[in-house]
Design a protein around this ligand. Structure first.
Ligand SMILES: Cc1ncc(COP(=O)(O)O)c(C=O)c1O
Length: 372
């Protein structure tokens, strides 16, 4: 099994520590911890280790599912990772010992809609075989027929990220339903990474609520501004969740105790206020970036969420040359689009505090004007 290096994280690691402004972060400005009660009592493991059953039951109602169809994880990253292991890896029979391993229906093929967050194709590629279905610029529309053509008898899962990182495309419900039907007809799951879903003005129903073949993964990282909490979940068929839990015993064992304690408050009485604030911020900042895009004759798909995929200005060979120039001369980090398979684009994250966004945009503008 071979896992590709995570290009985006390596790029960030190279530049973000020394740069003045991080204009490539895909999240929203972080909430202050003082907003929450931070005393969860004794800092033991969460028992049971898949998360507090009452809290899981509460989260499950958002998906028309039961508590046992939800597992709390360390962010969406772990939720996706465990779901892929459950769907594409092998799990031993419960009861332990050296029982023969069973592979779910011997299926190890995944269909992944790209461009997307690298983990969503790299992990399935490490575990099995992947057919990518490309979203094409400038609209990044999802071609449902291409998904149908890509699905095979050994397809275990179709993978979607909606709203999409990096393009900000939000595929409408008819498209998601059509993809769900294709997957379900083939006996495959539709896994949707919905980490940006609640930043939409009018969020679609989560995929796990669409039927037995729907799996949703998400966290409090983006829409709630709580990346450091490392709290997320996977929701789906008990079979899939059980497989995920079997792997989880080897990754993080239990969700973070403080994470669960704060998550309860963020999903409780504070939820509406947090989501309203963050949606307002995303909408105001999207307009600011739109003005920057227009000013420099660039192009982007008007995004949902806090990521935009913008065309590289004229005069640069590719996004890497542009982004390297911006960080070296202006100390602003952008993400080159080749990290998502599109060297003619760069990704901008606009969820940061307003002053930093404005400062970052004005520095990138100066750079573009200097080079014009
Ligand atoms: C689509 C997508 N999924 C998952 C993640 C990881 O998020 P989390 O902090 O919930 O693990 C990110 C972060 O950028 C993302 O964009």
């Amino acid at each position: 099994m071979e896992i590709a290096p995570f290009g985006l994280e390596r790029w960030f690691d190279k530049y973000e520590h020394d740069a003045d402004i991080m204009l490539a972060e895909s999240g929203i400005r972080s909430l202050d911890a003082s907003r929450f009660d931070l005393d969860p009592g004794k800092l033991g493991y969460v028992i049971p280790t898949n998360g507090d059953p009452d809290f899981r039951a509460e989260v499950a109602t958002r998906y028309d599912r039961t508590a046992d169809e939800v597992a709390f994880t360390c962010g969406t990253q772990e939720a996706n990772f465990l779901a892929f292991l459950s769907l594409l890896g092998e799990v031993g029979e419960q009861g332990g010992g050296d029982a023969a391993s069973i592979k779910r229906d011997s299926k190890s093929h995944a269909v992944v809609v790209t461009p997307t967050y690298q983990a969503l194709h790299a992990v399935p590629e490490a575990l099995g075989e992947v057919t990518r279905v490309p979203l094409e610029p400038p609209e990044w529309e999802l071609d449902v027929d291409a998904v149908a053509d890509a699905v095979r008898p050994d397809t275990a899962v179709v993978v979607l990220n909606n709203p999409n990182n990096p393009t900000g495309r939000y595929h409408p419900q008819e498209t998601v339903q059509a993809v769900y039907d294709i997957a379900a007809d083939a006996g495959a799951y539709l896994l949707c990474d919905e980490v940006y879903r609640l930043l939409a003005e009018d969020p679609l129903p989560p995929v796990a609520s669409m039927g037995e073949y729907g799996i949703s993964t998400t966290s409090l990282t983006k829409a709630y501004g709580l990346a450091g909490l490392r709290f997320g979940w996977v929701v789906g068929d008990e079979d899939v969740v059980d497989g995920a839990l079997q792997w989880k015993d080897y990754t993080t064992i239990s969700p973070s105790k403080i994470g669960q304690h704060v998550a309860r408050q963020a999903l409780g009485e504070q939820e509406d206020e947090i989501l309203d604030e963050n949606r307002d911020l995303a909408s105001d900042h999207r307009e600011r970036v739109q003005r920057f895009v227009d000013e420099h004759d660039l192009d982007w798909y008007d995004p949902v969420g806090v990521n935009g995929f913008v065309t590289v200005p004229d005069g640069f060979d590719d996004a890497r040359e542009f982004c390297r120039g911006v960080v070296e001369e202006e100390s602003v980090v952008l993400a080159p689009g080749d990290l998502f398979g599109h060297e003619e684009y760069f990704r901008i994250g606009f969820g940061l505090p307003t002053e930093e966004l404005e400062d970052g945009l004005s520095r990138v503008s100066s750079f573009i004007e200097r080079r014009a």
